[in-house]
Design a protein around this ligand. Structure first.
Ligand code: GLA
Length: 410
């Protein structure tokens, strides 16, 4: 039996976590003053879908699919071309150029096409001498020239990676690119990708709109545990990324987000339940919702999952407070995010290998047991009535039940 004093201490710790979160999202460090990403960016990135093997036709047809699938209407905006677009050398004027075989029309034409669909265009570079795997030139020492090229092409979002950076000071390098982007006068979201190595949540808010918190995600549940702490951004299952987030929640807010990397939703290594769980928890984390599946050949259930308006509304909540884990009872966990209307988004998460019962008590989410909270199931799209004390659900293995609770009925 757990001694009473320990139980008391656990209860106090829990209410402190909830209280700290209710105050979060109001960090004192200034936020990058570019007016962008007031809610977490939503879009698609080429990396896990296509890797280096992509070309302009594939990106154009992905932009088409973003529209025809209804994902644009659901709020997805950015089509981001990750590593693999650059030629292996700069031009005579030192400017980056597109790989002429894969992108014969050039990046401006591609950006124009993406814009013609009512979408925005994102691009990838690296803070070091070379990109990570393609051998193409990085932006080290060329920040102003590269930012100017991006602006000229009509880029709306720049992701800057961290390979081949021996001897480079992280803060200086990202600050340089941030300032170079501002200097162009074109609004471009700035996304830092140094894998959390230098605790960017503590200093990057004035520099970037989002910063990666860990190494790369992979389409698996929790693979990569053994290698995840090695330098260089080794891929890992999304559950391992999730587990790294609770201490970081207070650093996020409008215009400054913890980036938990791409949504692996719909990629072959995840079950539909695992995809649904990642999507729900990313919404609790106020994470960027950047898909990286092949949008052109999506199963209908994956499309519906990515387009769930009620879960997207949680992710895009205007208050911008990042949620966190408020209770772990064995393999059943409660994650909660406070929302602008005074309600709470709550995920009942089952990490075990079999279906199990998970209960959220109102005290777990900062409410009183006597509060009568209107409940809504955000996946079934059903009202569940007005409930006191707590809510219990059967949750599939590696899956979630996601509800919105409150605000309290008067
Ligand atoms: C790094 C980044 C990834 C992706 C690849 C591309 O691993 O962390 O997000 O951009 O590079 O090479």
């Amino acid at each position: 039996m757990v001694p009473r004093i320990v139980v008391m201490r656990m209860l106090v710790m829990r209410s402190l976590t909830v209280a700290a979160m209710l105050l979060a999202g109001r960090g004192s460090a200034p936020t990058l003053d570019n007016g962008l990403a007031r809610t977490p960016p939503m879009g698609w990135n080429s990396w896990n879908a296509f890797g280096l093997k992509m070309n302009e036709a594939m990106i154009r047809s992905t932009a088409d699919a973003m529209v025809s699938s209804g994902l644009k209407a659901a709020g997805y905006q950015y089509i981001i071309v990750d590593a693999g677009w650059k030629a292996n050398s700069r031009d005579a004027g030192g400017r980056l150029q597109a790989d002429a075989e894969k992108f014969p029309s050039g990046m401006k034409a591609l950006a124009d096409y993406v814009h013609s669909k009512g979408l925005k265009f994102g691009i990838y570079t690296d803070a070091g001498s070379e990109d990570c795997v393609s051998g193409a030139p990085g932006s080290r020492g060329f920040e102003e020239l590269d930012a100017a090229s991006f602006a000229e092409w009509g880029v709306d979002y720049v992701k800057e990676d961290w390979c081949n950076t021996t001897g480079v000071n992280t803060r200086d390098a990202y600050k340089k690119m941030s300032q170079a982007i501002l200097k162009t006068g074109r609004p471009m979201v700035f996304s830092m990708c140094e894998w959390g190595d230098n605790q960017p949540w503590k200093w990057a808010a004035p520099v970037a709109n989002l910063w990666r918190t860990t190494g790369d995600s992979k389409d698996c549940w929790e693979c990569g545990r053994a290698t995840m702490n090695k330098p260089g951004g080794y891929p890992r299952g999304w559950v391992l990324i999730l587990d790294a987030q609770p201490p970081l929640a207070a650093y996020a807010g409008p215009g400054r987000w913890n980036d938990t990397d791409l949504l692996q939703v719909g990629n072959s290594g995840l079950t539909t339940e695992e995809s649904q769980a990642q999507f729900s928890l990313w919404a609790i984390l106020a994470a960027p919702l950047i898909a990286t599946n092949d949008l052109r050949f999506m199963a209908p259930e994956i499309r519906d999952l990515l387009a769930n308006q009620e879960v997207i509304a949680v992710d895009q909540d205007s208050q911008g407070t990042e949620g966190t884990r408020v209770r772990a009872a064995g393999r059943g966990e409660i994650w909660m995010r406070p929302l602008a209307d005074g309600s709470r988004a709550v995920v009942l998460f089952n990490r075990s290998r079999s279906r199990r019962t998970v209960r959220v008590r109102w005290i777990d989410i900062g409410s009183k047991p006597t509060d009568a909270l209107p409940l809504r199931d955000l996946w079934k799209h059903q009202d569940l009535g007005i409930v006191k004390t707590g809510y219990t659900a059967r949750v599939p293995s590696h899956g979630v039940v996601m509800i919105k609770a409150g605000p309290p009925a008067k």
